[in-house]
Design a protein. Structure first.
Length: 416
């Protein structure tokens, strides 16, 4: 009984001393943490793990030294073994907390709440994936070390190592899909194909990468649904990434109108409506006739915005305003079905049999050689010129053309 009481008193005293010491250190670090981000992260994320590890170590030392003369007691071996297991688990927790603190401190330098955050999102994605891998490795190693403290497990260790090859092959075949997703997650993190907060289009749904793990990816769809996909999906299936290089994107609004629509007036109206809203980033505002089939023509309004959310709202505003403009200001340009009834000799200008020829005095109507800037997508502005250069093929050598021309002229002269 005296041994029990001595051990309990020593354990309680050691635990109290450890708690007091950790408490004083926590207060000091909290005051110093006002000026140091690292100390602030330590007091916030690693306080509990430090506290538990210190208490467990103190109790283990107290039990070990207070029962040093009672070596043969069976309860001492059981208690010390349990304390060793607690020390291993608490140490793993402490190491994990310290790694999280270091990662959070490093991530604080890369802000994602700024417009140009592509590099920051890339670093954050890689750090988050490394954190998950590191925690998984620490958990596996901790379980292995804890199992090795049992004599029975150490005795069968040689047999396990002997059959490790066969077991590894069987496990690889059984977990082929899981391992494929794990390697796909690592590939996504370091290939820069997709990052956290990237705007993507997958399975016909438009959304944002909300969570990226080793086995699955969570996409937050625009209507607040969640689409959960395996990480191998993004390495084996094509998908759209709208923010891989930058957040600014282009969007269209399509209109099917009658042939009588005044295109230039509609173009000016588009310019007026985008300039009246702060959703437009000022880069692209183009209206073009992209198709003319059947009884209507197809007009495409192309606008740009700083991000995909702003682009969606801007496209809706442009579509709504131009539809109202055509309906109220140009009602004759609404889509219609024509049926002509009349004689060929009729003088009505809309009759198909009446061909209107230009007057000799006026001559042909002048053709506009250079369309306005808001009628050109590839040119007319710095952004348009840069876009045009991206789609231009390799430059041809002028001297090579001159040599070909001279050779051709020589063959023509010889033939004559």
């Amino acid at each position: 009984m005296q041994n029990y009481l001595t051990t309990v008193v020593a354990a309680l005293g050691a635990a109290t001393a450890a708690l007091l010491l950790v408490g004083v250190a926590h207060r000091v670090m909290r005051r110093l943490g006002r000026r140091s981000l690292l100390l602030s992260e330590l007091t916030e994320h690693a306080h509990r793990s430090i506290q538990v590890t210190a208490v467990v170590l103190a109790v283990q030392f107290a039990v070990r030294f207070s029962t040093g003369y009672a070596v043969g007691t069976p309860w001492r071996q059981i208690v010390l073994h349990l304390l060793v297991l607690c020390v291993i688990a608490s140490t793993a927790w402490l190491v994990t907390s310290l790694l999280v603190v270091v990662e959070d401190t490093a991530l604080a330098r890369f802000r994602v709440d700024v417009p140009n955050n592509r590099h920051a999102r890339r670093v954050r994605t890689q750090v988050v994936m490394l954190r998950r891998v590191t925690i998984a490795v620490i958990v596996v190693l901790t379980l292995g070390v804890m199992l090795m403290t049992f004599p029975a497990v150490r005795g069968i260790g040689a047999g396990v190592l002997t059959s490790a090859g066969v077991v590894g092959v069987v496990a690889a075949l059984a977990a082929q899909s899981l391992l494929g997703n794990v390697f796909a997650g690592l590939q996504l993190a370091f290939s820069d194909a997709v990052r956290l907060d990237d705007v993507v289009v997958v399975e016909g749904e438009w959304g944002r990468i909300e969570e990226l793990t080793l086995s699955y990816v969570v996409v937050q769809i625009w209507d607040d649904r969640r689409l959960v996909l395996p990480t191998s999906y993004f390495t084996s299936t094509p998908f759209q990434n709208w923010t891989r290089t930058e957040a600014a994107v282009l969007g269209t609004a399509m209109f099917d109108v009658d042939w009588s629509v005044p295109v230039q007036a509609m173009r000016e109206e588009l310019r007026r409506v985008v300039e009246s809203t702060d959703l437009w980033d000022g880069r692209v505002c183009v209206l073009q006739v992209v198709d003319a089939t059947g009884g209507t023509i197809q007009i495409r309004a192309l606008v740009s915005a700083a991000d995909s959310g702003s682009l969606w709202d801007l496209r809706c505003i442009v579509r709504e305003h131009l539809v109202a403009w055509v309906r109220d200001q140009r009602p004759t340009a609404l889509p219609r079905m024509r049926a002509e009834v009349g004689e060929e000799s009729s003088s009505l200008p809309w009759q198909s049999g009446q061909i209107r020829r230009p007057s000799r005095r006026s001559g042909r109507a002048p053709i506009e050689s250079s369309p306005p800037d808001d009628a050109r997508l590839f040119g007319g502005s710095d952004d348009g010129d840069a876009r045009s250069e991206a789609f231009v093929g390799p430059a041809e050598d002028g001297e090579h053309h001159e040599e070909l021309a001279e050779a051709s002229n020589g063959r023509v002269e010889a033939r004559h």
